[in-house]
Design a protein around this ligand. Structure first.
Ligand code: FPP
Length: 236
């Protein structure tokens, strides 16, 4: 029997199509997000089952602040409920929660609940669930560049010391390995300002279905596709 290839260490997901899923059913958009939160739960379980170590979900982009206030409120409420209800489950399942993005832009109540869940799960070490919230990749890279310039201006850094590794150390994701697999739902072929630096060598798997219809079997299918691809990192 050929040996099973190892699962991806890190899976990143652009969860797209909640709104269209709801529209197809004549439901308000928030119902699509609510159903999407159920897919999050299924996805976490599938990752645990496979032994994936990091799962990063694009839950709220910096551009999402331009959505109608009622939809933003619905998303924040959903996130708060998720954090309250799932903290216990994350403890049981040994899942650690982390977050990346401009977290200070989140409403106080949401941020407090997020911080509490992050703190509570900090010692867990099976799967790390990373929520990208108020996240934008260009802002992240710009901030890293700003930190490098600050170091240089203080005389602690010369031009030759600016390396990819050093820059990556200033990203929100410092210490987290780069994603091996990027999944996007709803058939769009875009990266939408998500982890642009980190996904340089990730395998991309796109699903036509909307995020609320995404289930465990889809995650297994994506990982199967990932395992079949020959990953060469630009070499032979
Ligand atoms: C994209 O669908 C999805 C989002 C902007 C939000 C993702 C949020 C969730 C899945 C639920 C909450 C998350 C957690 C972690 C509890 P869209 O609204 O852009 O869909 P559309 O493109 O069809 O309009």
């Amino acid at each position: 029997m050929p040996e099973e290839p190892p699962p991806p260490v890190h899976i990143a997901v652009i969860m797209d199509g909640n709104g269209r899923w709801a529209k197809e059913r004549g439901l308000p958009r928030r119902e699509g997000h609510r159903a999407g939160a159920e897919s999050v739960r299924r996805c976490v379980e599938a990752c645990k089952e496979l032994g994936v170590r990091y799962l990063t979900l694009y839950a709220f982009s910096s551009e999402n602040w331009n959505r109608p206030p009622a939809e933003i409120t619905a998303l924040m409420t959903l996130l708060e409920r998720f954090l309250e209800q799932k903290a216990e489950e994350m403890m049981r399942q040994n899942v650690r929660l982390q977050a990346i993005g401009h977290l200070e832009r989140l409403p106080d109540k949401t941020r407090r609940k997020l911080e509490a869940a992050i703190e509570r799960t900090a010692a867990n070490d099976s799967l790390t669930l990373v929520l990208a919230l108020s996240y934008g990749s260009r802002e992240e890279i710009t901030e890293a560049a700003r930190s490098l310039v600050r170091e240089a201006a203080a005389g602690r850094l010369g031009p030759d010391e600016v390396t990819p590794e050093r820059l990556a150390g200033y990203l929100y994701t410092a210490g987290i390995p780069d994603p091996d697999l990027l999944i996007r739902t709803s058939g769009e072929m875009r990266l939408s300002n998500f982890l642009l630096w980190q996904i340089s060598y990730a395998e991309l798997v796109i699903f036509k279905k909307f995020w609320p219809d995404f289930g465990e079997s889809d995650l297994f299918e994506a990982v199967g596709e990932y395992s079949r691809r020959h990953r060469r990192f630009g070499g032979l």
